[in-house]
Design a protein around this ligand. Sequence first.
Ligand code: 5GP
Length: 211
Amino acid sequence: MSNNSSKRRGLLLVLSSPSGAGKSTLSRLLLEKDNNISLSVSATTREPRPGEIDGKDYHFYTQDQFDQLVTDDGFLEHATVFEHSYGTPAEPVEEALRAGKDVLFDIDWQGTQQLNQKVGADLVRVFILPPSKEELEKRLKKRAQDSDEVVAKRMSKANAEISHWAEYDYVIVNDDLDQAEKDLFTILDAERMKRSRQTGLTSFVAELTKD
Ligand code: 5GP
């Protein structure tokens, strides 16, 4: 009997949070530990931070390059965040999904809304909250890659980002990193088990129950 019960439709996992809630750390852990998910590398017009690599962390584009891709309909979604343009190039995502892989997105609420309109049921939306306002500020300062002015601006934007929490399917309060990581894997594992995503089941069950 051929066993194709493991065939699965790829999913799109979105992680959103205010800056400093631990989203980047959780994304990194997920990508390190799970071979079936790859990161959608966004394009942005902001300056690279120290240590960031073009093509790995972001595709760093000029405004002209970015606008051209918008005109060419090359983005799955795009938005303005902190006065810079950010967008998800469509091609690599479509390629990963065709190969049966899941794709992870580190995008804001605006991008999540646009993706939801485009891909609907294939989307799994996770929002990460910091345990407190004080902790969020502390984490932003500790990161110290941005100037005080940028930190202050991001704090003031945090409330705006947080106000969209209820548009997400899952919420993780990142008090303890180990627990937050476990929670994220629980969500991913359960979503992968959804009947609608297990595309090989119909023929598998037909074989199972054949006389
Ligand atoms: P940062 O500049 O700190 O890397 O990112 C700032 C914000 O932009 C984060 O909330 C991040 O999730 C969001 N962001 C990054 N890439 C994209 C993207 O491709 N689309 C959208 N809509 N937001 C993005």
